[in-house]
Design a protein around this ligand. Sequence first.
Ligand code: FAD
Length: 364
Amino acid sequence: MGATAEPGTRPQIVREVRSATAAVRTCEAPAVFAFAPPDEGADVSASPSIDGIATCPAGTPFSFEVYPPRNEAAARSLPETIRLLASVRPEFISVTYGAGGSSHASSLDVVTNIVRNTEVPVMAHLTCVGSSHEQAAQMIREFLDAGVRQFLAVRGDPPEGSASDAALGDLRSSAELVQLIHRIQAERAPYREIPVPGLPHASAVGRRERVTIAVAAFPNGHPRSHSLEQDVDTLLAKQAAGANLAITQLFFHAEDYFAFAQRVRDAGVLFPILPGIMPVTSPARLKRMLELSGEDLPSDLGIRLEVEPTDEGRREIGIDHAARFAERLVAGGAPGIHLYTFNQPHTALAVLERCGLIDAVPTS
Ligand code: FAD
């Protein structure tokens, strides 16, 4: 769909999100997408669940986030985590970078594991934190060398305790990182001339391989943003820099996503806004997530988790809540779902099973 096209129907949007991944696989320039608002007259507060079971339309795109292992035991279990997640053929698996103390090398290791051992496209998160221009360029080259063609460019946060943004490095925003990734990729993509059939002495300039670059979006505003307008402007800047997808920070109220998606679309943001969803299976994790994201407590989920006495019961509550949330978002126009797996594949896969997007959770 071109930049001026009208928003499409759900199947059309599903095809477009899929074509973004297909474009990367076949090394064509990625398409430009439009966020599909809820259908005219659709009641997004109503759930289309059948008999109380959450369902998403067949073919709804889904993807996963994993993070590099933080200890030996986690490193041993990660290959199996990746195998399980890859076996249900997500659109991509994204790998965080630098978050939670992980190093550049550990992120690259996980990315390389996915490239070598699966057929699933990998999306490498990159941040600008602490890098000079040269270091950032070198880091991008290493990920391109590893076979990465999808990135999530984020600014990253200054190290804890650092009072100013001086520690951020040469690149001051994720938009600058988006531009740098495109520039490095363009340097490497060979210039090609294609013969024009019927015109023996003519040639056309071949289309260069492009990368897909996702960016972060904040339905309730970035914690350091002064206003929601600033967040909209930041997203427009990311689009101008060449981003073609946004993935949201955690949020717990579907209306926040719908309002944000509509606001940025009205402002001229054309790429899809993929909602990030995390199955929250304990009060402790919920508390931690609220601290990290600055979101308001979803009181229904908080109470249910608090009163449930067993681990198994809390896991069930988290899965059920995430599945219903996903269903509601997709019914309201979200172009797919991105699951923060917390490296717990069975929980993330159980959410997809509950949504009807996979037949069964694959066994280890
Ligand atoms: P930018 O686009 O550069 O800016 C974001 C917002 O911050 C803007 O709205 C801007 O208004 C506001 N802002 C920035 N600086 C200031 C300031 N000084 N004063 C006022 N407002 C300001 N972090 C990691 O380290 N590794 C990861 O792998 C990672 N993955 C992520 C994945 C997703 C999907 C998301 C949503 C976040 C992720 N993050 C990660 C966190 C991210 O780095 C932080 O949220 C960071 O603070 C913002 O990154 P950005 O790319 O949105 O920044």
